[in-house]
Design a protein around this ligand. Structure first.
Ligand code: SF4
Length: 377
């Protein structure tokens, strides 16, 4: 390996080697300030685009937990955690970074809920039991890939909570538009990304959400769910299976502020005497005088996603989604990134960027192998 490093650094066998701390000093200083690692990663993406490996049309996103370099023995339960006692001038680098990203949507501002434990050595890492085994401290690496050749078009490190992971997809989609002018036709993701606001954000940008809708309006008692009622946008009403209208307002208010705002949750209700006389009442609202339905702010976008879910293209997308998971499996099993070596959000981001760069370079080398050099006799 030492010979390989010498060859890589263009050092001759007798040349003096740099001090062992040179790389880490540069990483914390010049590399970080110049965003060298991100620049390097962007170069691999640009190369893949130039070589025709990225059409930018069918993108898939997902997140994976990577264990942080932190242990529970060196942590504080939330009842005793008080960040106001930290002296920033005397704190290690990872703790200073934690204080710096408290207002960052990918870290401190992602949720107001305090984690159950906070690590002393790396307080930005998230205590999580998301793998259904013993809980541990982790960061999430978020990938946005082009499904044509599984090229990673963007990567972002976040806290391991859903809000931060979903938010990172927006960041990445904005960034690839700016960096590479990529306007995807669709985004493929799992149901964690199927909330109303996320679907609304995608539909507003003309990106088709090939994402299972997160729908909490389903009923488990066998009675009809909201999905069984037809939405009539022209008249701002639902039509029930018996053909009756469920309206938000049944009279015209002189004060427009009392009318539908188009924001927040709207409630629709059938007429009491209609439901009382309905033969399907037991299947619809057995315990209420009349049926009520709520409609959320991004219901139009959710409906777009539901309609897409009935198409053949959606079935193809669900198969393509596995490509992100395969990249994560490769990241952990082949590249060995099961646990981070660097601490703090910057350290995690550096490792995620380098790993994604390596995966893209590997892809390029596999598809376009270097011409074999002839051995000299
Ligand atoms: S109970 Fe009311 S809302 Fe439900 S199907 Fe009958 S009329 Fe329609």
């Amino acid at each position: 390996m030492n010979l390989a490093y010498r060859w890589f650094c263009r050092l001759d066998l007798s040349d003096p080697v740099p001090n062992h701390s040179t790389f880490s000093k540069n990483r914390h200083g010049r590399f970080r300030e110049s965003k060298l690692l991100r620049h390097l990663f962007e170069k691999t993406v640009a190369r893949c685009i130039a070589d025709g490996l990225v059409s930018g049309q069918r993108l898939a996103a997902d997140a994976s937990l990577i264990e942080a370099d932190a242990n529970k023995q060196n942590s504080t339960p939330k009842e005793y955690w008080d960040r106001s006692t930290i002296d920033p001038d005397d704190a290690p680098r990872a703790v200073k970074e934690y204080l710096d990203v408290l207002d960052d949507a990918a870290f401190g501002a992602a949720s107001t809920v305090e984690p159950k434990f906070t690590s002393h050595s790396d307080p930005s890492s998230q205590w999580t039991a998301a793998r259904k085994g013993p809980a541990f401290f982790s960061y999430s690496t978020n990938y946005l890939i082009d499904t044509d050749y599984s090229v990673i078009v963007d990567v972002e490190g976040t806290r391991s909570i859903r809000q931060a992971e979903v938010g990172s997809v927006r960041t990445m989609l904005d960034r690839i538009k700016e960096q590479h002018d990529i306007d995807p036709e669709r985004l493929i993701a799992d149901s964690a990304y199927g909330s109303g606001p996320m679907l609304g954000w995608l539909v507003d940008r003309d990106i088709n959400p090939h994402i299972p809708v997160l729908d909490k309006a389903g009923r488990t008692d066998g009675t009809w769910s909201r999905i069984d009622f037809e939405w009539d946008p022209d008249n701002n009403q639902y039509i029930c299976p018996e053909g009756e209208a469920l309206k938000q307002f049944r009279r015209n208010y002189s004060d427009p502020n009392r009318g539908p705002s188009g924001k927040g949750v709207a409630k629709y209700q059938a007429l009491k005497h209609t439901c009382q006389a309905c033969p399907s009442k037991m299947k619809c609202c057995p315990n209420a005088d009349a049926r009520k339905i709520t409609r959320e702010e991004h219901e139009d976008a959710r409906q777009v996603a539901r309609d897409i879910a009935k198409t053949k293209q959606y079935a193809i997308s669900m198969r393509l989604r596995k490509k992100v998971e395969m990249l994560f499996a490769h990241l952990k099993r082949i590249l060995g990134l099961g646990r981070l070596r660097l601490r703090g959000p910057c350290g995690a981001n550096d490792e995620f960027l380098l790993a994604a760069t390596a995966q893209n370079l590997r892809k390029l080398a596999k598809i376009f192998p270097a011409p074999q050099q002839m051995r000299k006799a």
